[in-house]
Structures are given as C-alpha cells and as structure tokens.
Design a protein around this ligand. Structure first.
Ligand code: UDP
Length: 500
C-alpha cells in the first residue's frame, strides 16, 4: 500500500456514491481504491446488484491493507417502475425506462441518508456522481463538502460552460459546423454533434433532469476529474479559472489496475460471464505479433442498429487484419445473430477474429502488446483507457459528450482518426439514423492508424508517448498523484477546522 497518511482515527473518511452504469461506476471504484491505498478511509454506498460487480476487487484491496468498505441501499424497483433484477442503466430492457431510472435516483435520498447517518467515523467528504442530485441535500444537512464526479474531462466541461454562456450554437442549423467559442484551440463541431443539453432528443422530461443536475452542480464544493494534466492541462486551468470551482485532476484512474488479475476483476460484471479471468483472450492475443490486432468496442450503452453493426463488421473484415469485436448482448441480439450466421461472417473470419457477445475485460485486452488500434465510441473511460495503453484510436462517437472526446483524440493530442460520424444518435432514437458510417470509412480509419507511411507512424508514436505520460501521471510524484495528495490534505484541513 502506498500510504500518504499514517493509519489513525484523525484521517479523513471519504464516502463515494456512484451512478449506476459502468461508465460511471467503474471509474469511481478505481478512484475509491486509489484513495484508500493512501490510508484514507473509504466507504462506497451502492445497491446490491451493483455491488456484486466490484466486491471481488474491493476484497483484494482489503487483503492488501486498504481501509475500504461497501455499504448497501435497496434499489427502489417497485416505486420507480424499473423491473426487479435491474439496477443499472445498461441493463434496462428498454431505453424508454431511462426516465424512470432518474426517478429512482430521487427516491434513493431517504435510504442513502439512513446509511450515511450510521457511518463511523463521521464522514469528512462525499464524492458523488453529479447525476445523483439528491446527495446535495444530504451534504447540506450534515454540513459535509460534496465533491462531484462528472465522468468526463475538462475540455468537455469548458466547452459546455462557454456554450451555456454564449449560446453560440443557437443560430447554427443542424448539420453546419461552428467554431467552439471561448476555448484556447480552434475546434469546430456540427450542431448535430452537440450533447443533448444543446441538441435535445424527443423526450422533454430529460430537460427537466438536466436542469436539476445543473442546479445541484452549483451547490458543490469542487470536482474530481478522471484525466491528467499532460493531456489537457490548459483546459483544467481554464475551467478552474472561469468557473471558480476547485478541480482535482486525478486520472487515469483505470491505471489503478496494475496487474492482469486487477484488470480482469475490474471487468467481472456478471457471474455467468464467459472467460471471467480473460485467459482465453490473452492466450489468443499471445499468438499475434505486437501491435497487429484491432480491438472494437462501443461501450456499455450504445445501441447501434443492426445495419450499422453490419457495416462495421464488413469494414473490419475488409482490413484483413486480426480483431476482437465486442458485440453487446441485449440490443437486437437476435437480428445480429441471424446476420452473423446467414451471412457466414463468423465462419469467414474465424481464423483471425474473436467476437465477444457480451461483456469484455476491456482494460485487460487493451494492455496486451498485440493490440494495435482501438475502434471506440469515445465514451470518456474507453478513450482514456486506450490512451493510457498507448494505443491509437479510431473514433466513432454516438451520443452524450462523445463528439467532444473525439476532438480531444483527433485534434488536441492527435492520437487517432475519425471514421466520420456526423450526428448524435440519442439513446432510444437509434432507428432514426440507421447507418452513419460505411464499411469503407471503417476500413480507411483503421488503415490510417495501422497502415504504412509517415502519418501513421506519427500517430502511433504520439499514442505511445501519451501512454507513457498517463502512467507517469499517477505514479508517486506525478501530477495526478500530487493532485490526489492536495485533495486529501484539503479535506483533512476542513475536518480539523470543523472539529476545532
Ligand atoms: N467496459 C468493459 N467491457 C465492455 C464494455 C465496456 O469493461 O465490454 C468498460 C470500459 O472499460 C469502460 C466502461 O465500461 O471503463 C465504459 O465506459 P465509457 O465511458 O467508455 O462508455 P459508456 O459505456 O459509458 O458509453
């Protein structure tokens, strides 16, 4: 264990309250582990089915001496209309229920407060996902600082800040490009690529929840960001300056998983998951040369249409390169299975392709020497996990802030290329935008990072350099390591002044 503090009762106690979806839960658990390794007491409060996913990883931390624990609250399935057995956004049977999920979060206030009140020693700080807005009231009631976790990066936060202030997007027609206002670099986006808050989908209830999130943001003590200063230091400083918020940039937190066991445990999602320890995939990867395999995964929530997945598959096939393609289980599974069989795709690629039809040990796979490119939907975790592994990215954003993340990769750090998606595909509205990217675009994007030539070499070189910088950031003395020390010291100071 890497203790910043000696073990004693005056150490701060951090309470983590993660939002229930892998893209928020996994980085918060990683962050909680990093803090507890500094001898800071950490309690993660979550619901039973969510806890099952990270129990093994926390047990491993406890065995190594970390003061970390899990506390449970029941998920209000009946009251919110969410089916029993579902406590996470990515397991919702239909995206129509996403709004019910937000209602469930509001109902969590009472049980969260009951658990919070019983915690010992008295908590010194809450780190909660910004989507769980009811925590603002709990923090106010107990006069404890609430630090927000947003799941994204400062480039996105700063762009959103300026768009709120300037409303520069309002006069732009949907497909037109415009210059993002206020930021230090010249970066253009189409209005159609903006996140839902500036580019709403069909369901008006979302706007109500977005407003609640925005209102509760204003009542927070600061923000922790899963990013690192060598990646976007200018944006971290600018965001701090223009908002006056305290910002602690402490990532990439997935690098808390240093060995293959940690990485496999991080992705242990379902008890019936195929190849739980990832050994089958590692062995297969061992059989390929260094940097030769494409890893393709569109995250935990993306619901690409079958037509779009077919284009993606045929583009992959056309590269003639080895690949691992993660096809998420639930959405339109039968249609996809039928195509895979009837078209003969699986048979044709079986010598050089693995299809994971469900949940993949992503961080484990990405860190294998054989991985040469990552085709990603640009969820921030996936983006950062690819960058941390030193792997060039092929970017195919779908929704939320993913088009901003694409700009980070392609323009700010130049570690990847875009396949050319032009519009956000709102969750639940996938059928309105059946195919955005053709098989030719997929193949071209992959060739631009895996092929021959000076440009490809430069992208690969930069990707390797950013991988090195990412690892340095979280090591002792690195920027994220020092920022975490600052955070601990600040909460310790607050605790002392509160007690005196
Ligand atoms: N992930 C994984 N296996 C999968 C799909 C996703 O381990 O098959 C993890 C991935 O490593 C990342 C998270 O789930 O940490 C997804 O978060 P991200 O922000 O990339 O995208 P989202 O799923 O929120 O759209």
């Amino acid at each position: 264990m890497d203790s910043t503090l000696p073990s004693n009762n005056s150490n701060p106690h951090f309470v983590f309250i993660p939002f229930m979806t892998p893209g928020h839960l996994l980085p918060m658990v990683d962050m909680a582990k990093l803090l507890a390794r500094r001898n800071v007491k950490v309690t993660i409060i979550t619901t039973p089915l969510n806890s099952i996913q990270f129990q093994a990883t926390i047990e491993r931390e406890i065995q190594s001496g970390s003061p970390i624990q899990i506390e449970l609250v029941p998920f209000p399935n009946a009251e919110s209309g969410i089916p029993e057995g579902c406590e996470s956004v990515d397991t919702l049977p239909s995206m129509d229920l996403a709004v019910n999920f937000y209602r469930a979060l509001i109902l969590l206030k009472k049980p969260l407060q009951e658990v919070y009140e019983k915690l010992t020693p008295t908590p010194s700080c809450i780190i909660s996902d910004k989507i769980i807005t009811c925590v603002a009231d709990i923090a106010d009631k107990f006069k404890v600082p609430r630090i927000l976790f947003d799941g994204t990066n400062c480039f996105h936060l700063l762009c959103n800040h300026y768009l709120h202030v300037t409303k520069a997007y309002e006069a732009i027609s949907s497909k037109d490009k415009f210059l993002l206002p206020g930021i230090p670099d010249r970066i253009e986006l189409r209005r159609s690529q903006l996140p839902g808050i500036f580019n709403p989908g069909k369901n008006p209830e979302w706007n109500h929840y977005r407003q609640q999130v925005k209102e509760s943001e204003g009542r927070s003590y600061g923000v922790v960001v899963n990013s690192f200063e060598d990646l976007e230091g200018v944006y971290v400083k600018e965001y701090e300056r223009v908002t006056g918020l305290k910002v602690w940039c402490i990532g990439p937190v997935s690098l808390s998983n240093q060995d293959n066991l940690d990485r496999a445990l991080r992705s242990k999602r379902y008890s019936n998951q195929e190849d739980e320890d990832g050994n089958k995939y590692l062995k297969w990867l061992d059989s390929w040369p260094s940097r030769s395999v494409i890893y393709v995964c569109l995250g935990s929530l993306t619901r690409a249409t079958t037509e779009q997945l077919i284009e993606l598959g045929l583009g992959l096939e056309a590269t003639n390169r080895p690949f691992i393609w993660v096809i998420k289980g639930a959405y339109k599974r039968e249609e996809m299975e039928t195509w895979l069989l009837e078209n003969g795709f699986e048979e044709r690629v079986k010598e050089r392709g693995i299809l994971i039809k469900g949940w993949a040990p992503q961080v484990l796979i990405l860190n294998h020497e054989a991985i040469g490119a990552f085709l990603t939907h640009c969820g921030w975790n996936s983006t950062l996990e690819g960058i941390s592994a030193g792997v060039p990215l092929v970017t195919f954003p779908f929704f939320a802030e993913q088009f901003y993340n694409e700009k980070v990769v392609v323009q700010l750090v130049e570690c990847g290329v875009s396949v050319g998606a032009e519009s956000v595909v709102h969750l639940g509205e996938e059928d309105e935008c059946v195919v955005q990217v053709s098989r030719e675009n997929v193949k071209d994007g992959i060739e631009k990072v895996m092929g021959e030539g000076e440009e490809c070499d430069k992208i690969r070189e930069r990707a390797r350099e950013y991988g090195t910088m990412a690892k340095r950031a979280i090591q002792q003395g690195g920027s994220s390591y020092c920022n975490m020390t600052r955070l601990i010291e600040e909460i310790k100071r607050l605790k002392l002044s509160h007690n005196s």
